[in-house]
Design a protein around this ligand. Structure first.
Ligand code: NDP
Length: 323
């Protein structure tokens, strides 16, 4: 089969399209023929060595496909089942193996591309909106990168919960998408703290969901009301330097959390809760999933360049080159 293999850390050019052996499912595992792979920002950090990975390395935690082999001790899945996952490994490939307890059955209403686009960013948006800071009616939230993969989904989930949403974007095209997702106020990054305060009659927003990091962090703190929450969940512009806790005091007894998806899928029950709510909303048309770009698997490097270069919107997918 073909897969992307990075021999070592580096820029997008290290993502080589290569021939390799089809993986074999071990006990408790499934193998599936990949229909589509979700590209996620974390893979750009992993590729650069910001998060250490075992090299040579095949990226990819998120994909969908059809089960073609079932390992020993697996119950509840059979060859031919449609599955997706946010917790796989080496999914930049034509076949991938996943632990059966991390495989999500795909509802019949969803096509396999949508099923690949939803698990990781969808369950991230879900835990941000329900667990990190449960914004609801009466809350005002600021969401950075509102036309991004997480941003479009998070905006919709927050609106469904009754919150008001302000969102930042870098282009007019992205602004249109963010408004389409339901954002009440869409602004650029130039002066967002002032605008967030004006929108809340000087009070400040209840929560900032910040996946941009270095470039926005200070002004995200400035956007918050007294005792507001900064949910820092990513670093698209680079990592935030060390923070003196005293700053949270002087800025208004603020709360700061730095959550990650793995800690919000702790067991089968939590995974079922989040995946069924997200897949259910998409199946019933309450959650719109934008696939902003599809690249052949062989062009994974281009997908990384475009994602890191702010040229994408919504979900970025890789599709195996087979015809
Ligand atoms: P996006 O589709 O949101 O892409 C990133 C966006 O960030 C860009 O399109 C861009 O939007 C914005 N951005 C602002 N400044 C920069 C910059 N200097 N360089 C690049 N992008 C910039 O990506 P995802 O939805 O996949 O992920 C969003 C964030 O969420 C990432 O930081 C990711 O690591 C994080 N994440 C965290 C998870 C967790 O559990 N903690 C899980 C999943 C994702 P614009 O042009 O409008 O500014």
């Amino acid at each position: 089969m073909h897969a992307i293999i990075a021999p070592h850390t580096g820029g997008p050019e290290v993502l080589e399209y290569a021939e390799t052996a089809v993986p074999q499912p071990g006990p408790g595992q499934l193998r599936f023929r990949v229909a589509a792979t979700g590209v996620n920002f974390i893979e750009t950090y992993q590729r650069q060595g910001i998060y250490p990975m075992p090299f040579p390395w095949t990226p990819g935690a998120e994909a969908s496909g059809v089960v073609d082999a079932v390992g020993p001790e697996v119950t509840g899945f059979a060859v031919g089942d449609r599955v997706a996952t946010a917790e796989g490994s080496a999914c930049y490939a034509e076949y991938a193996v996943v632990d059966a307890d991390k495989a999500l059955p795909v509802p019949k209403e969803l096509d396999l591309e949508t099923a690949a686009a939803l698990p990781l960013q969808g369950m991230t948006a879900h835990y941000l909106a329900t667990s990190s800071f449960p914004a609801g009616a009466g809350s005002t939230a600021l969401v950075h990168a509102g036309a991004g993969g997480v941003g479009l989904l998070l905006t919709q989930l927050l609106k469904a919960r009754g919150a008001r949403v302000i969102t930042t974007v870098s282009t007019t095209g992205k602004a249109e998408l963010a408004r389409g997702a339901g954002a009440d106020l869409v602004i650029d990054y130039s002066d967002f703290a002032t605008q967030a305060r004006q929108f809340t009659d000087g009070r400040g927003v209840d929560v900032v969901y910040d996946g941009v990091g270095k470039d926005t962090f200070d002004r995200s703190l400035e956007s918050l009301r007294i005792r507001g929450s900064l949910v820092l969940f990513g670093a698209a512009s680079g990592p935030v330097p060390p923070v003196d806790p005293q700053r949270l005091n002087s800025a208004g007894s603020l709360f700061l959390t730095r959550p990650t998806l793995g800690h919000h899928l702790l067991d089968a029950e939590e995974r079922r809760w989040r995946s069924s709510e997200v897949f259910g909303a998409a199946s019933e048309g309450r959650l719109s999933v934008r696939i902003g770009a599809r690249y052949p698997l062989s062009e994974a490097a281009e997908a990384h360049r475009d994602l890191a270069g702010r040229r994408t919107t919504g979900k970025v997918l890789l599709v195996p080159d087979r015809s």
